[in-house]
Write a protein that binds this ligand. Sequence first.
Ligand code: RP5
Length: 157
Amino acid sequence: MGSQSDFSVMQAASDVLKQLEIAHELKIVSCHRTPLAMAQYATTARSRGLSCIIAGAGGAAHLPGMIASHTTLPVIGVPIQSSQSMEGWDSVLSILQMPAGVPVATVALNGAKNAGLLAARILGATDGRIGQKLEEWRSMMQEQVEKSAEGVNYSWP
Ligand code: RP5
């Protein structure tokens, strides 16, 4: 993530990865404030054993695109609403509108939980253990929806 101020949003990605028992790390590197650390993080990611990078940033949110320019690993961008001034559209459009050639998969504004789940799906495409965890997750989610619907679904008269 680009700043400590992004942590309250990005924590949701870590939480879901923990639930799925997927090893991960949290780091703050900024395109604007620590550009060399950002470049080093991205260029060494694959050799350090990472398989996917979730990059969350707000404002003129260059981080996911810049990370993606320094690696061939899949990058998932999380637009973060860092100010009220543009209601988060600055972050969304900065991350969403990547020019052709350097892809960033963009999730919803503050959508860190889905970023974690998407990363899990990418890994789970070739990792049977993670695939099984995702099946269990999906079953649990369905049961929760069915349970929450009890007492709400009815016909009248
Ligand atoms: C971006 O600027 C960060 O990703 C953060 O969302 C935003 C504001 O950062 P702070 O000024 O709160 O550190 O680089």
